[in-house]
Design a protein around this ligand. Structure first.
Ligand SMILES: O=C(O)CCC(=O)C(=O)O
Length: 270
């Protein structure tokens, strides 16, 4: 497949790769050039509005009420906007994922994720692992999470339990309606693992995390919405489990087969 070379994404270093492998997450300063961040933010606001609303998955020109009160989202912006597609499916971004993962990569998903200020109805993102929420049979996938505005800890930058991606799977804890948290079920994790420091990110910095690392994000206690572009990658060998998921439903994926479908392309990295 053709993968555009996108000059707005930098190469990462061996030290950054080593940090990711050891801890299950890494901070990448200035991953996106300022013009790339501006391009994303302008498009996100164009679709979602200055005081953002969720974009319909059925019609990317339509704004709909937020599914959960604490965030607004635009799922799959790269499928609706060719400029975002150039970035999300670029060789440069695939190289970042590939170096961290240690092999070839498959594009999985992207979205704009806007955390609403706490004084409206934003909340913390509770402790969780992502992987139990995905229809994937194995580990290895990662998320590249890029704030599009300066994002101090008060806006809710993520905190990670260092090395927890190597300790197995703990359960599903996002958007639970019974109020049970990962810490209720596994109170020992906060002693077993050290916690990453509060991260002060500039627009265009990134955190990358393994879908198996335990993490949370505090509430956004500022007055401004927290605009983030997140982009996810799979190891090509990952197989589809058939669990319902908005990323994969409706594409005719076959149970127990890799996600070989134009929606989830392998992106060349050299
Ligand atoms: O942005 C947040 O508040 C949480 C994001 C998150 O948990 C994730 O990307 O896995």
């Amino acid at each position: 497949m053709h993968a555009p070379s996108f000059p707005g994404v930098r190469e990462i270093t061996d030290e950054e790769v080593a940090h990711y492998r050891e801890n299950g997450w890494v901070k990448l300063e200035k991953l996106f050039a300022p013009w790339a961040v501006e391009g994303l933010l302008e498009r996100a606001k164009g679709r979602m509005g200055e005081r953002p609303k969720t974009v319909s998955r059925l019609d990317p020109n339509e704004r709909i009420p937020d599914e959960y009160g604490w965030y607004s989202r635009w799922d799959g912006p790269s499928h609706a906007d060719p400029w975002i597609h150039e970035l999300s499916h670029s060789r440069a971004l695939a190289r970042v994922a590939s170096r961290l993962m240690g092999g070839p990569v498959r594009f999985y998903f992207d979205h704009i994720f806007v955390k609403v200020p706490a004084k409206e109805h934003g909340t913390m993102t509770p402790w969780h692992q992502d992987l139990p929420h995905h229809p994937l049979d194995r580990q290895g996938a990662l998320t590249i999470w890029v704030p599009l505005i300066d994002c101090p800890p008060e806006m809710g930058t993520m905190r990670f339990l260092n090395g927890s991606h190597r300790s197995g799977l703990y359960g599903r804890f996002l958007n639970r309606d019974d109020g049970v948290s990962l810490i209720d079920d596994h109170p020992d994790v906060l002693e077993r693992f050290t916690q990453s420091p509060p991260l002060d990110l500039r627009a265009g910095d990134a955190t990358v995390h393994n879908l198996a690392v335990i993490h949370y994000a505090p509430a956004n206690i500022t007055d401004e919405p927290r605009w983030v572009y997140a982009n996810q990658w799979l190891p090509p060998s990952a197989r589809y489990t058939g669990a319902p998921n908005h990323r994969t439903d409706g594409w005719g994926l076959e149970l127990d087969k890799p996600l070989d479908h134009p929606r989830f392309p392998l992106i060349p990295t050299d």
